[in-house]
Every structure is written in C-alpha cells, then in structure tokens.
Write a protein that binds this ligand. Structure first.
Ligand code: ADP
Ligand code: MG
Length: 626
C-alpha cells in the first residue's frame, strides 16, 4: 500500500496566528512546554472519561501518562501521551485551523493583548502553535482510539503542512519538536524540569521526564483544608487559571450531605472582560470522583459567575454522563444552587470582615453580580446583600451596602430611596435630592444605567421597598407638615390657591405635547420644577436605555412615555411666571417651555437641542432689551 503524503495550506487566520506566535511572542517561549503538556493532559482526560462507556478500549493496557524525552545531540524535544489521539480528519482540522470558535475576533483580541502585555497571552492559550516558537519543524505522530490507521503531520510553521499515513503506531500522540538553534535549552533536563514544576505541577497524570516522574499527581481539592498550604492553593490557581498573580479570594468548600461536593473556587485579581476581550469562558471544571467530565463547564455555575476559576467535584454524579446530558441533569442543577449560594454567602462574610478588600472586588467584579441580579431570580436575596452604591451619606467614591442603609434609616422611614445620575455632582445639583437633604434621609446614587434595572428587579430589600426618587407617587411629606418647609428664595408673596391652580392649568395647556400633567410639588425645596415618572416601574435612566435600544432596532415612534412635571409655587421664577402670563403671554409660554426643557435635562432625558437654543436666544434677547 502506498502512503502518499498530502500537502495542505494553513487557513488564513492560522497563518496570522502563527506569525504572531513565532515573531511577537518568542520571549515567552517556555509557554510551549506548558501548552503541549496541557494538550496531552486534555487528550488523556478525554480518553479516561470516554473509555468508561466502552467495554474494551483500544490499546487499553497502555498506562495513562505523559512522557517527555530530550535529545541534546539531535536538539529535539519529544512529548508522548496515551490519550485519544487523532484520526486523519481530526489531524487536518484540529491542527490546520484555530480551535476556538469565532476565531477572527479571537485573533484580533490576541493581537491587542500581545501589544498591551505579553504575559496576558497565557489567558488565551496560544495552544499547539506555540511549539513553533521553539521548533524549526514539528512532527505529530498520532493514532486515534477509534483504531483507524495512524498518521504523521509535519510542518515548519510557515505556510503549509503535510499528512502521511504511518502504520504501526500505538494509541495516542507523539510530538517531535526539532529545536531552533537559539532554543537548544529545551533539550536540557534542568530547563524543562523547572518549567514543568512551575506550570504543570498539578497535571492529573504522571509526567515523566527522561523516564522519571517529575510531578506529584494529586487532586488538591479532595485533601482536607488543614493539609493545604496557602502556597499550594495559589500555585494550583495559577495552574488552572493560567494566571500569573495570586487570586483575590478563594473558597474551599466540602459537603457530604445531602450531596457530596468538593469545590475549590478562586476569584482572579483582574477582570479580563474589562480589557475589552469580550465575554470570558467559564473557568470552573466539573469532576466526578477526580475524573474530569466537563472542562470550562457552562452548567455547573450560573453564567454570571463565569469570572470564577476552579474545580467542582461530586461523587454523586454518574461518571459516564455526557456533556449534553449535564445541561438537563437535576442533580447538576442542585449542585449549582448549593455552590452558588455558598459562594455568595462567602462573599458576604468577606465583605463584613474586610470591607476595603471587598470594595476592590466590587469595583472589579460588581458588574457580574449586577448581571446576576437582573438575570437570575433565584439568587436575588443573596446578591442584594452584596450590592454597593455611593450614597448621600458616603464619601465621594466610597460605597455603601443596602444592609448598612437599612441600619441608618430614620425611625419612620419605610422605603429605600435611590436616584440615577451620570455623576455624584450632577445628582447633588439636581432637584431630586432636595427634600431628602432637608429631611436628612439617605439616598443611594446609582451612577451606572444598569443600576436602576438591578434595583427594579430586586424590588425590595429586607422587606423595604426600593423606590426611585424620580417616581411620581413619592411623597416624603405628609400634607400637614408642609408648614415646616421654608419658603424658597424670597418669594414672600405666596401664591394663593386659585393662582396656583390657574398656573398649573395654563402650563398644562402650553406643555400638552410633551407632558401628561403639571402638578404642584410636595417635595421641591428650591428648584422651580422637576420631571417625574408616572409609571412607577420605569425610571428616567431606564427609559433612556430602552429608547436607545429601540432606536438601534429601528422601531420608530415607540419613544418615551409622557412625564409629569412637578412645579414649585414657592420658587420665585414660578410665582413671577404666573404674573408674566397675564402681561406677556408669548414670553411666558417660552419661559414655561424652557423650565420644562431644563427639568428634562436634569432628569437625564433628551430634548430637541435646536429648538431649545433658539428659544433660549429669544428669551435672552428680551432680557438684554430690559
Ligand atoms: P486547544 O487546546 O485550546 O483546543 P490547541 O491549539 O492547543 O487548542 O489544540 C488544538 C486541538 O488539537 C485540540 O483541541 C485537540 O483537538 C487537538 N490536539 C492537540 N494536541 C493533542 C493531543 N496531544 N492529543 C489529541 N488531540 C490533540
Ligand atoms: Mg491546548
């Protein structure tokens, strides 16, 4: 039988990636040892899991291990595993294209990352191609556990690769890296051993170097806490998280009943989504009796905890469960709930014992918890305790929790108040906080647009309703204590009841196009007017987002709901407007419209800028003419 070699071109993205890996990342060469070991370990894990369902797996007698041989004379680095191996098609597909889905965006991100900080590369896993950092040529000899004939893949990493049939191989993969002249180090035992010790100490199969086992195979998470040193935890985290810094938090959690669970969870130092790399993959792996059944599991934790790294191991899961079946498995759902609640409780404990550290965590990862609050009803109560916001009683840039707020509430206060604004200064200059200030009631400042959605989803905390200060039905004063309120400005001539009624009626007519109703405010202190939302569930900031989204989707005419305008008859502008209306109706109309626009702007809502500027000039013109 002839075993003709076939030649194949790398895909365009692959060529680009190879070029980056070989030419930009060569200072990180050690990475290739780690990547090849990690691929070997993946193939072994996969074989171990899948062989559970096969009565007699092919070459079943081979020990599950990784073995590395170095040849200083020939300058070669050879790594062999007894994992799944690859069929001809798999060879062509897996090593000819970039494995990651959406490879083009992935590649763009990788290039960006490489520019910013080469050490970030570890987060991406440059994978198999990193072997070309050190190798002039790379040969992959492999035979699949499906027993099909073996093949050899050869490339020098430039434009193409060849595949040739190669009879007589055993199950698994052997990769021969012929080292570049300036990469001869990697044929030396001390060098390779130190890399393995640093990066691959926790591989769950024996790694042999020139015949000698150099790692200790152990499942750290199954040991008891007292036996594990901080350093071991940190090293383990760096191994599974591909990280270069220690974790920010760690939780080692074991339970026997009602479910047998061992979980080891880590919070990284950095949030990689903040670097603009797009959504990160989940970082927790699911094991059953120390056998990996789902790497980067999408099912073992809710999506909004995707920033966590770690391991979950449960003996109760069936060993031969497939990845698809995991999704609808009731036991998995139970484990997910137990671990999620435990982790959220852990965070709450941490927040109490070291608030400053928690604040840092919050500023890095708070967005994920907000995502959880809006997407996952199941954990709202727990997440509620973990939320942090600035408030009228916090220092600038400092945050408070809802539980602290409740402790500070006035004895007769029944609700928790919040107001959204683009900045602390904008909120404090606006009309919404006036009455709160005067009554010494704390108000939370929600500075991110998503915050209002979060608090709306939550609805209440500790039995107290969460209320936006731009809601229309908010009344902090009982009607009879209106007397306490000092008169605004020196508008000593108070308007009489009929005067106020006439003014509101007239303003309502003038503003009929944009306002549902003009009412007399019970809570404005100094400002002449403010916009409130008749729909108690929608705050102005939420509406802004919805309107923007609707515009994107091109659904016209589904703009804003009509607002209410509250006016303050103790404000001199308002009292004088009532007089002006009698003497100069035209100017009065313009002033009323301008008051409306100003109030809209203070609510963070959009007005027609052209119309407003034109009107504003008209008014100014009148002022300078005296
Ligand atoms: P990743 O490991 O992130 O998938 P790699 O570039 O490291 O990306 O590897 C690409 C693919 O090649 C792997 O997903 C796997 O299917 C295959 N592969 C690489 N090394 C081996 C190996 N030693 N045994 C079996 N398959 C392998
Ligand atoms: Mg890999």
């Amino acid at each position: 039988m002839t075993t003709q070699a076939t030649t194949h071109e790398f895909k365009a993205e692959t060529k680009k990636l190879l070029d980056i890996v070989i030419n930009s990342l060569y200072t990180e060469r050690d990475v290739f040892v780690r990547e090849l070991i990690s691929n070997a370990a993946d193939a072994l894990e996969k074989f171990r899991h899948e062989s559970l369902t096969v009565t007699e797996p092919f070459d079943g007698h081979l020990p599950l291990e990784i073995s590395i041989e170095l040849d200083e004379e020939k300058n070669s680095f050879i790594i062999t595993d007894s994992g799944t191996g690859m069929s001809r098609d798999e060879l062509e597909n897996n090593l000819g294209t970039i494995a990651h889905s959406g490879s083009n965006t992935y590649l763009a991100e990788l290039v960006e990352a490489a520019k910013k900080d080469v050490s970030l590369i570890g987060q991406f896993g440059v994978g198999f191609y990193s072997s070309f950092m050190a190798g002039n040529s790379v040969r992959v000899q492999t035979r699949s556990w499906d027993k099909s004939e073996g093949h050899e893949w050869v490339s020098d990493g430039t434009g193409s690769f060849t595949i040739t049939e190669m009879p007589g191989l055993r199950r698994g993969t052997k990769i021969i890296v012929e080292l570049k002249d300036d990469a001869k180090d990697y044929a030396q035992k001390w060098k390779v051993e130190s890399i393995i010790k640093q990066y691959s100490a926790f591989v769950s199969f024996p790694v042999k170097l020139d015949g000698e086992v150099v790692n200790t195979v152990q499942a750290l998470w199954t040991k008891s806490k007292s036996e594990i040193k901080d350093e071991e935890y940190n090293d383990f985290y760096k191994f599974i998280g591909n990280a270069s810094t220690d974790p920010k938090y760690r939780l080692h959690f074991s339970a026997d009943a009602p479910l047998a669970i061992n979980a080891l969870l880590f919070v990284p130092e950095e949030n990689f989504e903040m670097f603009g790399f797009g959504k990160v993959d989940p970082g927790v792996n699911l094991y059953c009796q120390r056998i990996l059944i789902d790497q980067h599991s999408k099912t073992i934790l809710p999506e909004w905890l995707r920033f966590l790294k770690g391991v979950v191991d449960s003996e109760d899961l069936p060993l031969n469960i497939s990845r698809q079946a995991l999704q609808d498995n009731a036991l998995v759902a139970k484990i997910r709930k137990v671990i999620t609640k435990r982790f959220l409780k852990y965070l709450d404990e941490q927040a109490k014992s070291d608030p400053e550290k928690y604040e840092k965590f919050w500023s890095t990862f708070g967005l994920y918890l907000k995502e959880g609050a809006t997407s996952d009803y199941e954990y709202q109560k727990e997440i509620g305790k973990l939320l942090r916001f600035e408030s009228s009683k916090s220092d600038e840039g400092k945050v408070v929790g809802l539980a602290d707020y409740v402790l500070r509430m006035n004895p007769d206060q029944e609700e928790i108040y919040f107001i959204n604004g683009s900045s602390r200064a904008a909120i404090e200059a606006g009309p919404y906080v006036e009455m709160f200030k005067q009554k010494d009631i704390e108000i939370l400042y929600t500075l991110e647009p998503i915050d209002d959605f979060v608090l709306n989803h939550l609805g209440e905390f500790d039995g107290k309703k969460l209320v936006s200060a731009d809601g229309a039905d908010l009344s902090l004063t009982k009607d009879d204590d209106n007397e306490d309120v000092k008169d605004g400005d020196d508008a000593s001539e108070k308007m009489d009841k009929e005067g106020v009624e006439a003014l509101t009626k007239w303003m309502q007519e003038v503003l009929a196009d944009s306002i549902s109703e003009v009412v007399v405010s019970k809570r404005l202190v100094d400002a002449p007017a403010m916009i409130v939302n008749p729909d108690g569930h929608m705050t102005s900031s939420m509406e802004r987002i919805m309107a923007a989204n609707r515009k994107d989707q091109g659904i016209p005419g589904m703009g804003k709901s009509k607002k209410k305008l509250e006016i303050n008859p103790k404000n001199s502008l308002v009292t004088k407007l009532a007089e002006l209306q009698k003497t100069d109706a035209d100017l009065a109309k313009q002033v009323a419209q301008q008051i409306h626009d100003n109030a809209m702007i203070q609510a963070g809502l959009v007005v027609d800028p052209l119309e407003m500027v034109e009107r504003n000039y008209k008014i100014l013109n009148r002022v300078v003419q005296g």
